[in-house]
Design a protein around this ligand. Structure first.
Ligand SMILES: *[C@@H]1O[C@H](CO)[C@@H](O)[C@H](O)[C@H]1NC(C)=O
Length: 273
């Protein structure tokens, strides 16, 4: 605002000079005039600069608001896409299935495909299927003839063990075992024999003990991971000696000890990712 001061004084000076030309140096007149002109032009420039700055400020604020609006919109768009992706992931019919041996129920996040009875060949049979199967509790039939000629046989499963077992937290001897097929959204599932814990980054589905046939019984047999806290089938506590599961122990020799130990019951886990 100093410029306005100078300008005003100059105007006053001019007026004074104009009314009484006898006073003061005449040569000062053009100096003051040109100075006035200069200051006036400067002032004009300053005013126009101020206007320009104001305009710039305005357009900057406008741009800032626009950018903020856009980034807010983009954030919303990204969130929508994320939601859509999660939704589609759920819809994609991928996933895994495992049998939870010895239980009626899956874990919370898993869907029950069916539940039923653990079964396999009779302990004394030389043939029949070697694997443990999970027979649904609600069978449905195609054709049948009810003949026992030239057939393989499957029997319900019970556990044989000395009590107290020192392994299971309750008595399990002679109890018939249920089973349940569980469907999970995760793409991979693995049963790890000899581990009571999943590896880092894997999700525990259930833990238990590795079980198979007794080593003295004929025929091949597979291993299954029986839940450490098994359910029992109602009224299934008598000794049937049909298909029988036993704990499995590690034997030192070709298998290095440590890390393994002789005659130690092996744990197992079912893990997913
Ligand atoms: C059941 O048996 C009938 C008569 O022999 C036959 O026509 C039909 O195809 C069979 N069904 C199945 C599912 O095998």
């Amino acid at each position: 605002m100093d410029d306005i001061y100078v300008f005003c004084w100059c105007v006053v000076g001019l007026l004074v000079l104009g009314t009484s030309p006898s006073i003061g140096d005449l040569e000062a007149e053009p100096t003051c005039l040109s100075r006035f002109d200069y200051d006036y032009k400067m002032l004009q420039k300053i005013v126009s600069l101020e206007q320009t700055i104001q305009n710039l400020k305005d357009s900057l604020t406008e741009s800032k608001n626009k950018i903020e609006d856009m980034s807010r919109e983009n954030e919303q768009k990204i969130q929508n896409l994320k939601d859509l992706l999660a939704e589609s992931r759920d819809k994609i019919d991928s996933g895994s299935i495992y049998i939870r041996w010895g239980r009626f129920k899956c874990q919370n996040n898993a869907e029950v495909v069916y539940k039923g009875f653990t079964a396999g060949k009779k302990w004394s049979d030389k043939g029949s299927g070697s694997d443990v199967i999970c027979l649904p509790e609600d069978p449905s039939w195609l054709n049948y003839s009810n003949s026992n000629h030239l057939r393989g046989s499957v029997y319900g499963t019970e556990i044989n063990i000395e009590e107290p077992s020192g392994v299971f937290e309750k008595k399990v001897n002679d109890q018939n075992l249920p089973c349940v097929a569980c469907h999970i959204k995760k793409g991979s599932v693995i049963m790890i024999p000899g581990r009571g814990h999943c590896y880092t980054g894997w999700n525990l589905e259930y833990k238990g003990y590795l079980m198979t046939e007794w080593h003295g019984h004929p025929g091949p047999h597979n291993h299954v991971c029986v839940d450490h806290h098994p359910d029992f089938m109602q009224g299934g506590g008598e000794n049937n000696d049909d298909h029988i599961l036993y704990l499995t122990i590690s034997k030192c020799g070709s298998l290095p000890c440590p890390p393994y130990a002789n005659d130690r019951e092996l744990a197992c886990v079912v893990c997913s990712k």
